[in-house]
Ligand binder design. Structure first.
Ligand code: ZN
Length: 138
């Protein structure tokens, strides 16, 4: 069995942002040489997510509105976690949107359903953060 590991760095220019990372993940898969197996991609930070959904700007706006209703950024004072930090909302948003995705690898490709794309969801951006890509298989 082959095993591949890579860290990808992202610095989102805004506090909250969705970035389609499918091309970078596909590049990792090519580099690994693995044709059949499983690919894991996870955020290595607890205020960011990796998830699969549609690359459609209206939907991304809907995520923003929905998450702001669930866990509004402000006022910062509404959260116990805030004080030294101001990112309690980002922890909560990440919890809802998830930590990682696992994708089947078939014939050297990500075995997606129609419209599936991999996104990095940033909820406390404007600094360097890491993603992990791990691929195992043959
Ligand atoms: Zn925090």
């Amino acid at each position: 069995m082959k095993s591949y590991r890579k860290e990808l760095w992202i610095k989102a220019p805004h506090r909250r942002q969705y970035i389609n990372i499918t091309p970078q993940v596909e590049e990792c898969l090519r580099e690994s040489g693995i044709k059949e197996g499983l690919l894991l991609c996870n955020a290595m930070h607890i205020t960011a997510s990796v998830f699969i959904n549609d690359d459609e700007s209206g939907l991304h706006h809907d995520f923003e509105v929905w998450l702001e209703k669930l866990a509004p950024e402000k006022p910062y004072s509404q959260y116990e976690h805030n004080g030294a930090e101001d990112n309690a909302d980002a922890h909560l948003k990440r919890q809802v949107m998830g930590r990682e995705v696992v994708v089947a690898v078939t014939n050297g490709k990500l075995d997606f359903g129609p419209w599936e794309q991999i996104f990095y969801g940033e909820f406390d951006g404007m600094r360097n953060k890491r993603l992990l890509v791990k691929i195992i298989g043959e």
